[in-house]
Design a protein around this ligand. Structure first.
Ligand code: NAP
Ligand code: ZN
Length: 352
């Protein structure tokens, strides 16, 4: 066991503050990673503030962070995939049983014995796991991803959650050219969704509540940007979408988007607002439309997504911050004031 510096919240109402946490010494299948950048996902904020208490209780102290890129500093004796000095990345998952049907299907995120990167029971040290707002992390090599060396590291970190969460449903629903695709909410997830849908050749329409994001939407790869508070502009798209990805973090009217789907069209929710959303049945009944959800993605698909990003030169648009600005960043995230993901430069933790 060794100590490492981190930022932790002591309760749902406390700001994140410097802390010291314990990490295990790498066992034979483990990779120890010096963390270089960690993205700030809205899920970090939901979880630190225990907003999902109906589904998942937060244990304190809580060290969030599941968009991790870094450099391997040590490997266990049986590790074959990585060597010290290699670039490496870790997303939302750090372990699973490897034997259940979801694991065998490459869907480790649904393993009943899953270990999440933070706030999950830690089977090595007891207590809960601690995430990427820290100097280093120790992870079983099965859950460590290879990072294409061409990608900017700070911009690559958000791929580990915002990237895979938007890539996975777009692949599952067969997005190709000739498809009309909507992305609701131009935040961390949404802007990655726009990049992927554009790279897959779809006709992409962004729906935003923020008129000042219009030009960015087009620059990121959208063909059209609709300010969703304008009912007339929304109505112009009625019944026309093959697929809509909803990446909104707060309560909103999804019926306004369901009615934009064409016959057999699908709306997939990736946003996880704390409050349940109301769905009008007739919006789904007319046109045999469907409403789905999607949770991050499995390890093999995450690697596929990273390789896709390497081939298409895709990274997140980021604002790099020192860890000392993390509480300010959370307040700005709540105001949709980030273009489009905060990426924490972990070197800043050394001065704590
Ligand atoms: P984010 O960067 O804060 O983006 C959320 C966007 O939602 C905002 O930029 C804003 O876009 C829109 N929005 C915010 N408040 C709104 C409101 N009151 N009404 C309408 N639109 C609003 O968050 P994120 O990190 O992308 O995460 C988005 C959601 O996905 C969170 O709930 C997060 O927990 C969840 N998530 C789910 C998964 C999964 O596996 N399914 C993975 C990661 C995250 P505009 O300014 O363009 O309107
Ligand atoms: Zn996330």
């Amino acid at each position: 066991m060794y100590n490492t510096k981190a930022y932790a919240a002591a309760s749902a109402t406390s700001p994140l503050a410097p802390a010291t946490i314990a990490r295990r010494d790498p066992t034979e299948h483990d990779v120890q990673i010096e963390i270089l950048f960690c993205g700030i996902c809205h899920s970090d904020l939901h979880e630190v503030r225990s907003e999902w208490s109906s589904g998942r209780t937060t244990v304190y102290p809580c060290v969030p962070g599941h968009e991790i890129v870094g450099r391997v500093s040590k490997v266990g004796s049986a590790v074959t995939k990585f060597r010290p000095g290699d670039l490496a990345a870790v997303g939302c998952l750090v372990d699973s049983d490897g034997t259940c049907p979801p694991c065998k299907a490459g869907l480790e995120q649904f393993c009943p014995n899953l270990t999440g990167t933070f706030n999950s029971p830690d089977k090595h040290l007891g207590g809960v796991t601690y995430g990427g707002y820290s100097e280093s992390v120790v992870v079983n090599e099965r859950f460590v991803l290879r990072l294409p060396s061409s990608l900017d590291l700070a911009g690559a970190a958000p791929l580990l959650c915002a990237g895979i969460t938007t890539y996975s449903p777009m692949r599952r629903w067969g997005l190709t050219k000739d498809k009309k695709v909507g992305v609701v909410g131009l935040g961390g997830l949404g802007h990655m969704g726009v990049k992927f849908a554009h790279a897959l050749g779809a006709h992409v329409v962004v729906f935003t509540t923020s008129p000042n994001k219009k030009d960015d939407g087009l620059r990121l790869g959208a063909d059209e940007v609709v300010v969703s508070r304008n009912a007339d502009d929304m109505q112009k798209h009625a019944g026309s979408f093959d697929f809509i990805l909803d990446a909104v973090s707060a309560d909103h009217d999804i019926n306004a988007y369901i009615q934009l789907l064409r016959r057999e069209g699908n709306l997939t929710l990736v946003g996880a607002p704390a409050k349940p959303l109301a769905v009008a049945a007739f919006g789904l009944l007319f046109g045999n439309r469907s409403l789905s959800g999607s949770l991050i993605g499995g390890i093999a698909e995450t690697q596929e997504m990273l390789d896709f990003c390497g081939a298409h030169d895709i990274t997140a648009d980021i604002e790099v911050i020192p860890i000392q600005k993390v509480n300010e960043a959370y307040e700005r995230l709540l105001k949709s004031d980030v273009k489009y993901r905060f990426s924490i430069d972990m070197a800043s933790l050394k001065s704590e």
